[in-house]
Ligand binder design. Structure first.
Ligand code: FAD
Length: 291
């Protein structure tokens, strides 16, 4: 099922993100974790893609398994940074073969080596190039793109970031998913600005339940997200107590989702990090709201 068929509906629906294993030996345990999440019957599941190669070959295996065995719609991520036209064409062919209908088109993060390289020789410099390639392939994919309520770290300012985002959407994105954020007001503000700029596709907010103290530093480093004082207080209080931190992190994420829904946002994406118990706890917290 194409995500565009149900995105933008009023009712609350949750989707979960999983990531493929980093090593062959971890494949079975990761597969089992993603299956536990699929059994919760989320609206869809997204499967990330290792930009540097590493985990990328399992993305389609996992996405295919979730879709075929559990009937849960999947969204396969694909990155283009440092890829050649041939490798991207091969990936697109593989996705078609696997029956993938939804693709998240991403640039991928720049590693220090890539940062130093000569970018003028790259076949794909930005995600928009991949969106165009996917559209030109003739495959009828429902394409998603990433967006950043707190501005992409490489952008000079939000105005420029939104201008680039608009180009990406016009190239063929049917929806956008946000980077994680911990303060919903940043999202509401961003939504207002992109609507004003003429971006009308559904925007799925991405929420990450922080369930241990160490995750905080990593989340901030990767996403550049601002930690509200309310959240910092929670980490200060429970950061050293794993069980309490997990409960508090799930409660915080649940609260963010309820606030989003109360403010008219139906589809919420949860960065569940291959954690079935976190995904299940959030769904249980929202059981009456999810209906
Ligand atoms: P782009 O849309 O290309 O934007 C990157 C930067 O370039 C922005 O500053 C933008 O404003 C600027 N820009 C865009 N177009 C132009 C242009 N034409 N000229 C000049 N500047 C331009 N990474 C992975 O490796 N694997 C994943 O599976 C993955 N999944 C993700 C899912 C989501 C929802 C999000 C938010 C991020 C994900 N990432 C993933 C991380 C992502 O790859 C990085 O955030 C990366 O730095 C940017 O990717 P992008 O697709 O947003 O890039």
């Amino acid at each position: 099922m194409k995500l565009s068929e149900f995105l933008g509906r009023e009712a609350l629906s949750l989707s979960f993100e999983v990531f493929p294993p980093k090593t062959d030996s971890a494949f079975e345990s990761v597969k089992a974790a993603t299956e536990e999440i699929a059994k919760l019957r989320p609206a869809f599941m997204s499967v990330t893609y290792g930009a540097g190669g590493g985990t990328s070959r399992y993305t389609l295996d996992i996405a295919k398994n979730i879709k075929q065995t559990y009937g849960v719609p999947t969204l396969a991520h694909l990155t283009c940074v440092s890829s050649t036209r041939e490798t991207v064409a091969a990936k697109i062919a593989e996705m078609r073969e696997a029956g993938i209908e939804n693709v998240m088109a991403l640039r991928g993060d720049l590693t220090p080596e890539l940062e130093k390289g000569d970018r003028s020789t790259w076949a794909y410099r930005y995600a928009v190039d991949l969106v165009r390639e996917l559209r030109a392939s003739g495959a009828d994919f429902c394409i998603g793109g990433a967006c950043y309520p707190e501005v992409h770290p490489e952008s000079h300012n939000q105005k420029e970031d939104i201008l680039r985002l608009k180009e990406k959407v016009e190239a063929g994105c049917s929806f956008l998913t946000t980077q994680m954020f911990f303060d919903n007001n940043l999202f509401y503000n961003f939504l207002y600005k992109i609507r004003e700029a003429g971006i009308t596709v559904p925007v799925i907010p991405g929420i990450m339940p922080i369930t241990n103290g160490k995750q905080v530093e990593r989340a901030v480093r990767l996403s550049g997200s601002l930690m509200p004082q309310r959240f910092k207080a929670l980490v200060d209080k429970f950061g050293e107590n794993p069980a309490a931190m997990k409960q508090a992190g799930i409660a915080y994420a649940t609260d963010q989702i309820i606030d989003l829904y109360a403010n008219g946002i139906g589809n919420v994406h949860v960065y569940s990090m291959n954690n079935p118990d976190v995904a299940a706890a959030i769904m249980a917290n929202l059981s009456d709201i999810l209906g």
